[in-house]
Each structure stands twice: as structure tokens, then as C-alpha cells.
Ligand binder design. Structure first.
Ligand code: FAD
Length: 391
């Protein structure tokens, strides 16, 4: 049996669902094909930190736009995203002070509400922090974190209200072309005909691209998250913290918990089979990141370790995604490789991808920096500071 749509989106994570929503808003009839359950890939395991601290103008603008969507989610998408505007602090060592200040200036230039904090201000924002070895901090009062499952479900529900259809348990097994144009896809169930196909397969993005005879450098890498119970007396509101001094991040979670993870390019070395990898956190990992967190926040020594977990980063050589039509004019689009920092950009990526697919003449975002050919041309995206894996 075969079904016909204007467009097929492969992948029911944040990118696939936000893209489907934006395409549907533009009158495109979309089928979202998901091999497992909704948000069962990277998205469901995401720490879902929503911050705007980026070092490229395009990504900073995208993060700002996306924050606006999280802030007005009910009106702009419908349903909820579970967004908590906890505030966000980034801490960097002295060697990166100049980079931090330059980034903050760039971010302010695009309209982001951010500022470099003095020691005294930092003490107010983060009273538990030991700041002796800390030399530079920036603060975004409006940033925070969201609920990745809820956000994804709301996007796909919004798309469905506009006519899209979601097919879970529909693994795409082939992509059909004729005369240089995409014709549709084959799945483990029925066949789908569509002149537009968007690969939003996250860590499986390289594998799905190979169905179109393309080589796209996306490595599925295991990323662990440790979970701790916050001690009594330290369970109040808390900003998200990216601590580059200790190469770690921590953010509050419901139930008086704290999620703690690494910010380390070495996470890109742990390449795994995305369908078969250990989905717990290792005891050595919990201990390591716990020590980093407690070094930053000594009162957390009284915290209790809980069961952590692992998810998948979709890592490209420059830790930035590929959003591109390949081959040009084929109707076959790539939207994958978000490398551990894509969730927050989801609402903006959905718009960017939809405008690319519908060939919008005056798109809000320029997709040029995300082209696939940058890798072969030796022209990767560069960040202005050493802590580049966060974008
Ligand atoms: C532990 C962890 C922490 C993170 N923390 C943050 C954070 O704090 N902030 C942030 O912004 N980002 C964060 N990220 C990154 C962010 O979660 C990802 O960049 C984002 O979720 C990627 O979404 P996606 O839709 O591209 O991929 P996915 O969510 O993986 O979606 C791809 C979907 O495609 C489906 N699929 C694959 N192959 C096929 C096929 N052949 N047919 C049909 N369907 C298929 C998969 O089942 C999957 O559901 C984190 C990621 C992890 C793992």
C-alpha cells in the first residue's frame, strides 16, 4: 500500500516535529515517520537547557527566537513545553574571559538579555558557588530549561491540528529518487510518495542519509547524565549553570533533583550503536561529575546519588548541524547532527527547515553555515572560544 503526502519528515524528535509544525503552518501536507515512539531518540534524554549563549550570530539569533517561542508556547504552538525560566549562568576560566566578553557583546548586539557579572552579583545569583577559582561569569535572566517530551508532543499535536499525520513504529528503510528528484520513502510498513523528504533522524541521520547514497558525518555518541537529590536547605530555585572551569553543567529537575553532565569534547569519542548502547550512567561518571559539581557548590556534598542515564549526541566534526538540500534541487533535505546542543534551537530549526523546504524567498535565518559541503571544503563552523562544543 502507498500513501501520498506533500512532504515526509523522517524522525519524531524535536527537529522532526518542529519542522512538521512549521511546514503544516505553511499549508504543506506532512507525514512524520518515526521508527519507534515519539521523542525516543536524543530528545527524550535531553537535559533540555534553553540558553542563548552562542558565539555565532546565526545560532545566537536562532536561540533568541527559540526562547521567544518557549516563553509564549501556548499561544504560538499550543499545549505546553514545561519551560522554567530559572535563569542561566556561564562560568569560564580567565583564559576565556575575552571570549566570554566578546560573546556577550555579540549576543547583546542581536538583542539577547545577557550581561557579565561582577563577583558580588554572582554571589547573589548563585549563593552556593565557591568562586575563588572563578574569574568570569555571564548571566541570562530569561533562560532556563524545558520538558523535552512535552515540547515535542506539543509540536506534533500542533502539526496534526493543521492536517499532518504521525506514523510511529514506521522505520524508513529506503529513499526513492528518479531523475535527480526524490519520489518518497519505503518503510517497514507501507510506502510513502512525496516530492519532499526531510531527514530529521538525529543520531541515525548518517545512516538514513546513506539510504539516499549520501555520506553525512554524524556520529552517534553516548552522553551520560548523573542525577542527585539536593540536600535539605538547598532545594530552592536555582539557575542552570554551565561551568567551563570544571567542564560540567548542572540544572535543577523536579523532585528536588539536580541533573549533572559533562561539557567535554571527549564525549564525541564514545561512538556507539544507536540501537544498542548502555543507557545507564556509569558509577565512575557519577562520581566524577559529582565531584566537579561539589567543587563548584560545596554544600552539595550532602547530596544523594540517584540513578543516572545515557542518551545520544549526534556529533558532526564541528559540533554543528547539517541543514541543507542535497543534492540541490532534489527535494531531499538533511536536518541532522545537532551535536548535543540542539534542543533549545528546535523551534528556530523548525522554521529554518520549513523555509528551506518551501523555498521561502526571504527566510528569517540563513542556512548557509549549516551546508553539508563545508566539511569537504575544509571550512567548518568555528567558534570564537576554546569551549566551542556548546556552539
Ligand atoms: C544527555 C543529553 C543532554 C542534552 N542536553 C541538551 C541541552 O541541555 N540543551 C540542548 O539544547 N540540547 C541538549 N541535548 C541535545 C538535544 O537533545 C538534541 O540535539 C536534539 O534532541 C536532537 O533532536 P533530533 O530531533 O535531531 O534527534 P532525535 O531526538 O534523536 O530524533 C530523531 C528521531 O528519528 C528517529 N529515526 C531514526 N531513524 C529512523 C528511521 N530510519 N525511520 C524513522 N525514524 C527514524 C529516531 O527514532 C528518533 O526518534 C542533549 C542531548 C543528550 C543526549
Amino acid at each position: 500500500m502507498s500513501r501520498t503526502f506533500d512532504a515526509v519528515v523522517i524522525g519524531g524528535g524535536i527537529m522532526g516535529c518542529a519542522t512538521a509544525f512549521e511546514l503544516s503552518r505553511r499549508g504543506v501536507g506532512v507525514a512524520v515517520l518515526e521508527k519507534g515512539a515519539l521523542a525516543s531518540g536524543s530528545t527524550g534524554r535531553s537535559s533540555a537547557i534553553v540558553r542563548q549563549h552562542y558565539s555565532n550570530e546565526t545560532t545566537a539569533r536562532m536561540a533568541l527566537y527559540a526562547l521567544g517561542v518557549f516563553q509564549e508556547f501556548e499561544e504560538r504552538v499550543g499545549g505546553g513545553s514545561g519551560f522554567v525560566p530559572s535563569g542561566f549562568v556561564v562560568l569560564v576560566p580567565e583564559a576565556d574571559r575575552e571570549g566570554l566578553e566578546a560573546n556577550v557583546a555579540l549576543q547583546k548586539g542581536v538583542g539577547i538579555d545577557t550581561r557579565v557579572l561582577s563577583r558580588e552579583e554572582l554571589r547573589e545569583v548563585l549563593p552556593d558557588a565557591a568562586s575563588a577559582d572563578l574569574v568570569a561569569a555571564a548571566y541570562e535572566p530569561a533562560s532556563g530549561y524545558a520538558d523535552p517530551h512535552r515540547t515535542t508532543t506539543s509540536f506534533v499535536d500542533g502539526a496534526k491540528r493543521l492536517g499532518a499525520e504521525l506514523f510511529v513504529d514506521h522505520e524508513v528503510t529506503g529513499i526513492r529518487f528518479s531523475g535527480g528528484r526524490v519520489l518518497g520513502v519505503d518503510t517497514v510498513r507501507e510506502r510513502f510518495d512525496a516530492p519532499l523528504v526531510v531527514n530529521c533522524a538525529g543520531p541515525w541521520g548518517g545512516r538514513v542519509a546513506s539510504l539516499a547514497d549520501l555520506s553525512v558525518p554524524v556520529a552517534p555518541c553516548r552522553a551520560q547524565v548523573a542525577v542527585f537529590g539536593r540536600p535539605e536547605g538547598h532545594r530552592g530555585p536555582h539557575p542552570v549553570v554551565l561551568d567551563f572551569v570544571h567542564a560540567s553543567y548542572f540544572r535543577p529537575e523536579t523532585g528536588d533533583l539536580m541533573l549533572v553532565g559533562l561539557i567535554d569534547p571527549k564525549e564525541g569519542d564514545d561512538v556507539v550503536d544507536p540501537d544498542d548502547y548502555p543507557d545507564h550512567s556509569d558509577a565512575t561518571f557519577d562520581l566524577d561529575v559529582g565531584q566537579r559539581w561539589m567543587a563548584r557548590c560545596p554544600p552539595m556534598e550532602a547530596a544523594s546519588a540517584r540513578r543516572g542515564y545515557s542518551g545520544l549526541y549526534a556529533v558532526t566534526p564541528d559540533w554543528h548541524p547539517v541543514i541543507d538540500e542535497v543534492p540541490e534541487g532534489s527535494g531531499h533535505f538533511l536536518c541532522t547532527g545537532f551535536s548535543g546542543h540542539g534542543f533549545k534551537l528546535g523551534p528556530a530549526v523548525g522554521r529554518l527547515a520549513a523555509e528551506l523546504v518551501t523555498r521561502e524567498s526571504d527566510p528569517l535565518f540563513d542556512a548557509h553555515m549549516f551546508r553539508l559541503s563545508r566539511f569537504a571544503a575544509g571550512d567548518p563552523v568555528r567558534s570564537r572560544y576554546a569551549y566551542s562544543i556548546t556552539g
